[in-house]
Design a protein around this ligand. Structure first.
Ligand code: ADP
Length: 453
């Protein structure tokens, strides 16, 4: 259950064997494609099992696990099954002219990078595993994945599904264990060619250090403190519901949560009251109870962390329009919270809370100041804009330093849409065909065509 260095060594050795001599790397792309597609089908077949595991392990409402996590996990496999047969290089007509009459032609090959180490967090355990594993399989790489210590169950079930779908032994290796004793030796392992990590910015920096010894390739999907901007011309029903979902979805335990709300002055009171109304009505409860709309925080640590932010917000002068405190008693419940009387310098506005806590600030004009404030974060993962003015929507979207900008919506994900961060929100992108770059090397093959025919 708590793998350590010897288990990491064994898993990496199995992956290396599978890459160097197993059937996987000899398979034709369409064979890989069929297996990857089948994983998607089996995920849907086992929806109920996966949703229950996810809900028990993470605390999220089972309806959300069923309708979002499982469906999106199946989707990325179906999407990536298509890419397995479409990985291609290009043919280049060279200009070099060293020897008169001798011509050269070159082509590029896209080759799997090799043994990949992947480390994932607990907020979307199945989905994070799926986002990471599907492109690895499409690219022809092999992988050792470390699941989050809080939530290993759906990942282990996914490993069984992969076996059932026909993934050969050694291609996907799952490790359960803790960060320092399992994740760290994996990220530093000399036989690993590439590390892909999703988690906190703090641990992301440790991963970079661990991987730097032998200059492994690294991609990172890290934290966020995403701005959500509502202009006075917005459709307020859409904007209020969108902003509430932007922060309360998955109990705010989402790296892209729209946690810094900027509302144009004239409509500020109405908007924040509307979001607080939604917050007050959200039914907290255990994930498996079908009437639950928001479950508990994932762990005592996370409960304490979010509670600490609520105290800090109060101490620095913020007021809560709804929520504002942890629920005492059974379970790690935190009330959905909307904080006003905040300013850009407060800890609750600057730091990632990873809980159902919205900080709301008014702004006067759509101008340089709004853009500057929205971009005033060490993160740059996502952003939202609510407006009915198409010109403003595009102009603001172009100016925001964020890997994803949602207009009149929030938290919309699709297997085809790249996701990842500017600034300290990460390196590289998940999903879309862009993610394949993370797992492929480019080889240029240069051929002398000799003298004239
Ligand atoms: P969170 O704040 O979401 O718990 P973390 O960044 O702490 O995010 O954890 C994300 C993943 O990184 C987990 O699987 C965790 O075990 C792992 N992890 C934590 N510390 C380290 C480390 N020093 N080296 C490698 N992995 C780590």
């Amino acid at each position: 259950a708590a793998c350590e260095k010897p288990d990491v060594d064994a898993a990496v050795a199995a992956a290396r064997r599978a890459f160097d001599s197993g059937p996987w790397t000899k398979m034709r792309p369409n064979e890989r494609s069929r297996i990857i597609w089948k994983i998607g089908d089996l995920i849907l077949k086992y929806t109920e099992e996966l949703a229950q595991l996810e809900s028990i392990d993470n605390g999220k409402p089972i309806a959300v696990a069923r309708g979002a996590d499982v469906v999106l996990a199946a989707d990325i496999f179906h999407y990536m099954a298509g890419w397995a047969t479409k990985i291609e290089g290009s043919v280049l007509d060279l200009s070099v002219h060293y020897t008169p009459g001798i011509e050269y032609q070159a082509f590029t090959r896209k080759e799997p990078i090799g043994v990949v180490a992947q480390i994932i967090p607990w907020n979307f355990p199945l989905l994070m595993a799926a986002w990471k594993l599907a492109p690895v399989l499409a690219s022809g790489c092999v992988v050792v994945m470390k699941l989050a210590e809080e939530t290993p169950m759906s990942g282990l079930f996914l490993a069984q599904i992969m076996q059932e779908a026909g993934v050969p032994d050694g291609v996907v290796n799952m490790l359960t264990g803790f960060g320092e004793t399992c994740g760290a030796p994996l990220a530093a392992h000399p036989n690993v060619d590439k590390v892909a990590f999703t988690g906190s910015t703090e641990v992301g920096k440790l991963i970079v250090k661990a991987a730097s010894n032998d200059l492994k390739k690294v991609t990172l999907e890290l934290g966020g403190k995403s701005p959500n901007i509502i202009l006075e011309d917005a459709d307020l029903d859409v904007a209020i519901a969108g902003a509430a979902m932007g922060i309360f979805f998955n109990h705010g335990q989402a790296c892209c949560a729209g946690s810094r709300l900027f509302v144009q002055e004239k409509i500020f009171d109405k908007v924040v009251a509307g979001i607080a109304d939604i917050g007050k009505k959200i039914k907290l409860g255990p994930g498996l109870d079908p009437s639950t709309e928001m479950g508990p925080m994932v762990s005592q640590t996370q409960y304490d962390r979010v509670s600490g932010f609520l105290t800090s917000g109060r101490e620095q002068g913020a007021t809560a329009l709804c929520g504002g405190k942890p629920v005492t008693g059974n379970g790690y419940f935190i009330e959905p919270t909307v904080l006003v009387n905040t300013n850009d310098q407060m800890k609750v506005v600057q730091e990632e809370i990873f809980g159902p806590v919205l900080t709301a600030m008014p702004f006067k004009n759509v101008d340089e100041e709004l853009i500057r404030r929205a971009n005033d974060s060490l993160y740059g993962l996502a952003a939202g804009i609510f407006t009915t003015n198409i010109n403003k929507a595009h102009k603001i979207a172009n100016r925001l330093k964020a890997g994803t900008v949602w207009v009149n919506c929030y938290n919309i994900f699709d297997a085809s849409m790249p996701f990842g961060g500017y600034k300290q929100s990460g390196w590289g992108r998940e999903m879309g065909h862009e993610v394949l770059k993370n797992y492929l090397e480019t080889k240029s093959v240069c051929v002398s065509l000799g003298a004239a025919i």
